[in-house]
Design a binder for this molecule. Structure first.
Ligand code: ADP
Length: 479
């Protein structure tokens, strides 16, 4: 800019020089004193030159600078500024250009921040995301998409979706989204390394300000966990139905006999009534256990935490266990530090010990032994319930905490087991942030060891969701 400016000044100076020279030439005809004429012409030239410089500096240069700044702004350089200090209208114009430039650069920074935020959200989204334009070309795929479907973003971006994405369900969803111009939902599954992943696909159309379709965004959610929960629920309902079927059928059949056979003798009548009573007790036990489980699983289940003393707890539970043990002539032995204090939901911990000791008695032949040990184990309190009973086979151990699982279904029916006792134990241990371990040897016996932290954070664990089956339990078997 400096060069063009000085070139322009030089041009004007040349014109002045030529005009003055011509005037000097004409005046030389009439003016006798040539020295006076030259002096006047030189002085005139100097005055013109000074005026020209002043005019350029004050008016032309700032306008040129303002115009240069505007050019830069138009080119997208919002950091360009008019740096000259000026007064008057030109100064005002420069000030306004600078303010405009500042606002534009602020807007660009905001836009950049928003774009960065958006791309961070898209990149870190837990759902897979694809952006497709109205011609079917992929513009964006996020990290989650790549982790689910493999390959790199270069393998997708810039290509037509059906050339680079193999899944029929995705093609179908894109086509329907474009066709109906509304949200489309579909579920499908993919298998990778023998692992099945269930996905929910939502396609949403994108419109411009004139409501014209500009493309579609596909969001893909991993719903494998929900599917498993759904499956578990279905299994659960089927199991409950199955468990209730036998006793209810038996009650109904016996009741019919009582109703229809009027000539039935008193002994048979008593037997039928006894069976009805036993079967209804079985249903009652099952419903009780189901209620306990359902209460444990409810989000709002609160642990009633308080300080528990081992001695008092043992005194509370032993009488109910002794009664059953005596019937089978089983020795109950207790080896416990009675003075240990710990924070827990006392009723629930009692339920653990009750269930484990009752199982010990059930699955131990007559004249066997069931032992309860309670000791401190660092920050934990350790409960161990062991028996010298029938034991559990190695392959069955990983499944014993599942609802309704019984090692030997027929045998368990005879023992009146509901198949829910250990599931309840495991849940209670989990809500207390504890761990459970099983050791068993067939024909030699079984022991359950539970560690629970002595101090619990009030209600922090109480609303915790119960994890998947077997998430905390450790098993070992020596058979
Ligand atoms: P159940 O009501 O049938 O006892 P549980 O959930 O308490 O149900 O136990 C599940 C299964 O684990 C039982 O059916 C039984 O086969 C096995 N089991 C539990 N405790 C013992 C034990 N102490 N000794 C041998 N087997 C056991």
């Amino acid at each position: 800019m400096k060069i063009t400016l000085s070139k322009k000044i030089m041009g004007y100076l040349l014109i002045i020089f030529i005009v003055l020279s011509l005037s000097g030439f004409i005046l030389a005809q009439v003016v006798t004193n040539i020295y006076v004429l030259i002096s006047v012409l030189v002085i005139t030239f100097i005055i013109f030159a000074v005026m020209l410089f002043h005019f350029f500096d004050k008016y032309i240069k700032p306008i040129e600078k303002a115009s240069w700044t505007m050019d830069k702004l138009l080119q997208g350089n919002y950091y360009a500024r008019v740096n000259q200090e000026m007064n008057g209208t030109i100064g005002e114009l420069s000030g306004k250009i600078n303010t405009l430039a500042k606002n534009l650069s602020k807007l660009t920074i905001q836009e950049q921040i928003q774009a960065e935020q958006l791309s961070t959200i898209i990149e870190n989204s837990e759902s897979a995301l694809v952006l497709i334009d109205e011609k079917g070309y992929i513009h964006i795929v996020n990290r989650k998409f790549l982790s689910v479907f493999g390959k790199t973003s270069q393998a997708y971006v810039g290509y037509i979706y059906y050339d680079v994405i193999d899944h029929e369900a995705i093609h179908h969803t894109v086509q329907e989204t474009f066709l109906y111009e509304k949200r489309v939902k579909e579920t499908f599954s993919i298998t990778h390394n023998d692992e099945k992943t269930y996905l929910e696909l939502v396609g949403a159309p994108i419109f411009n300000e004139r409501k014209m379709l500009k493309g579609a965004v596909l969001v893909i959610y991993d719903i494998t966990e929900f599917k498993h929960i759904e499956l578990m629920r279905k299994d659960f309902v089927a199991n409950v139905g199955y468990e209730l079927q036998a006793p209810i059928k038996s009650i109904k059949a016996d009741a019919e006999k009582l109703q229809n056979h009027t000539s039935i003798d008193d002994i048979s009548k008593d037997t039928l009534i006894k069976i009805i009573y036993e079967e209804s007790t079985r249903i009652e036990m099952l419903l009780d256990d189901l209620l306990i489980l359902s209460n444990l699983e409810k989000d709002e289940t609160k642990l009633h935490l308080r300080t528990v003393k081992t001695g008092e707890m043992i005194d509370d539970i032993l009488p109910s266990i002794q009664e059953k043990a005596e019937k089978k002539d089983i020795l109950i032995s207790v080896e416990a530090s009675r003075e240990i204090e710990f924070t827990a939901d006392e009723e629930k911990v009692k339920q653990i010990l009750f269930n484990l000791m009752m199982n010990g008695i059930t699955y131990t032949p007559e004249q066997g032994e069931v032992k309860l040990e309670i000791h401190s184990n660092g920050d934990n309190i350790r409960f161990k319930v062991s028996d010298n009973g029938i034991g559990i086979s190695k392959h069955a151990i990983p499944r014993i905490f599942e609802r309704f699982y019984r090692v030997d279904k027929d045998r368990s029916i005879n023992t009146n087991g509901t198949g829910l006792g250990l599931a309840i134990v495991k849940h209670i241990v989990e809500v207390h942030n504890g761990e459970i371990q099983v050791d068993s040897e067939l024909e030699h016996g079984t022991s359950f060891t539970i560690d629970i932290p002595k101090s619990q954070t009030v209600n922090a664990t109480s609303t915790k969701r119960i994890g998947k089956e077997h998430s905390h339990d450790k098993q070992s078997s020596n058979d």
